[in-house]
Design a protein around this ligand. Structure first.
Ligand code: PMP
Length: 383
């Protein structure tokens, strides 16, 4: 059991079985704790012991990057069939978050007469805007939603394409042809989406946070086709943090990638585990939400998946909930009054929408259903 101080949100007592009254359902963040039970089931195989004298050096086998981990990550993409990695450089970052700005920097033209316009399609992951505005580079500038630029000259743009998207979990392609594109494939794994074909774009990012669930290890990677872009990203990582990803983290995660690879196709397949958990959550939420007309969810359809070799149900990381009643103009506030903490801002979208994370623990999800039930069936629905 867990020690007392580590009970999940809303539980207390020596064995964490006592539900706290007046506790909110906190489904605000994308913390991927739904995978915690998977690693509990693989506790012995995944355990890593690092002695005090291990990993002291700045350097690993390839300067800041473990070649052993690189090899296993490429093998994993080939086994899953979600990305073509041949002929592309690989860089490691402190989470994919670090690489997002490294790529914006690297794709920005040098000495151009005007800065590159950084854009994304609404609803977009809020980090792109927040990060681009905070770092405020001379060579690039946040320019908001792609919809605003459809009719303009498409040169000197850097477009973020998130596929599947956070928050609505749909597969997206570039909206503006002719610009540089950063494909953020954080969720392009069979837990979260069908894999119709391997991604093969020139710039693609992935993250361990959503693959294995080790968000706290802060590890992400990017495949980069162009050597010049790769060199600029490497420079950025050097000056930013002497080479991006922690060497301890690389050591720890190598073991998890080995476990994931060894279990593919067996009962211990992490993708099967993740898919089944999220598919069930989505189904339960859908049944509840569709029992009235107060709320609606994004439309997701069953789709053929080359990984599972069958048509599979949706299993999204997030619910993108819309408040349908005319007076419910701020959906996150409506939920908050009902004891549900969701994320309604930052996506560049209307406040009629809010995001519910389906990635947290079973306790968080059960609490969400419990709090949502009275809201869905509220008698003043048509008042
Ligand atoms: N991209 C998307 C679309 C995300 O949702 C997230 C995490 N919420 C990230 C990137 C960043 O992940 P990390 O820095 O943990 O790799």
């Amino acid at each position: 059991g867990r020690p007392m101080c580590e009970c999940n949100t809303c539980y207390t007592g020596t064995d964490c079985s006592v539900l706290l009254s007046n506790c909110s359902a906190d489904v605000e963040s994308g913390d991927p704790l739904f995978l915690e039970p998977y690693w509990m089931q693989h506790a012995a195989k995944s355990a890593v012991v690092l002695s005090g004298w291990h990993r002291m050096s700045y350097a690993t086998t390839d300067n800041s990057k473990s070649l052993e981990l690189e090899k296993h990550i490429r093998t994993l993409h080939a086994a899953v069939g979600n990305a073509i990695t041949d002929g592309k450089y690989l860089v490691f970052g402190m989470g994919s978050t670090q690489l997002l700005n490294a790529l914006v920097y690297a794709l920005s033209p040098e000495n151009a007469s005007s800065p590159a316009s950084v854009v994304a399609t609404v609803p977009y992951y809020s980090m792109y805007k927040g990060q681009t505005e905070l770092f405020n580079g001379r060579d690039y500038e946040w320019k908001g939603a792609t919809a605003k630029w459809m009719k303009s000259n498409k040169t000197n743009f850097i477009e973020f394409v998130t596929s599947p998207n956070n928050p609505d979990c749909l597969l997206y392609n570039s909206a503006l042809g002719g610009s540089s594109v950063i494909y953020d494939h954080a969720y392009y794994w069979p837990h979260f989406t069908a894999i119709p074909e391997p991604a093969d774009e020139d710039v693609m990012t992935f993250t361990m946070s959503k693959l294995s669930g080790h968000a706290g290890s802060r590890f992400g990677w990017a495949f980069i086709k162009d050597e010049n872009v790769y060199n600029k990203v490497s420079d950025y990582l050097h000056y930013n943090s002497v080479g991006g990803a922690s060497r301890d983290t690389q050591s720890r995660l190598l073991n998890y990638v080995k476990v994931i690879l060894a279990e593919i196709g067996s009962d211990g397949d992490i993708f099967k585990f993740g898919f089944n958990k999220l598919r069930k959550r989505w189904h339960k939420l859908q049944v509840l939400v569709s029992s009235s007309s107060r709320f609606s969810l994004q439309q997701l359809s069953p789709q053929y998946c080359t990984y599972f070799k069958k048509i599979r149900d949706p299993s999204p990381a997030y619910a993108w909930l819309k408040c349908e009643n005319e007076e419910d103009t701020n959906c996150a506030e409506v939920l908050m009054k009902g004891g549900i903490i969701s994320r309604g801002t930052g996506f560049g979208a209307s406040t009629r929408y809010t995001r519910l994370s389906l990635l947290k623990t079973d306790d968080h999800f059960e609490m969400l259903l419990q709090k949502l039930k009275p809201l869905v069936t509220s008698p003043d629905e048509n008042s």
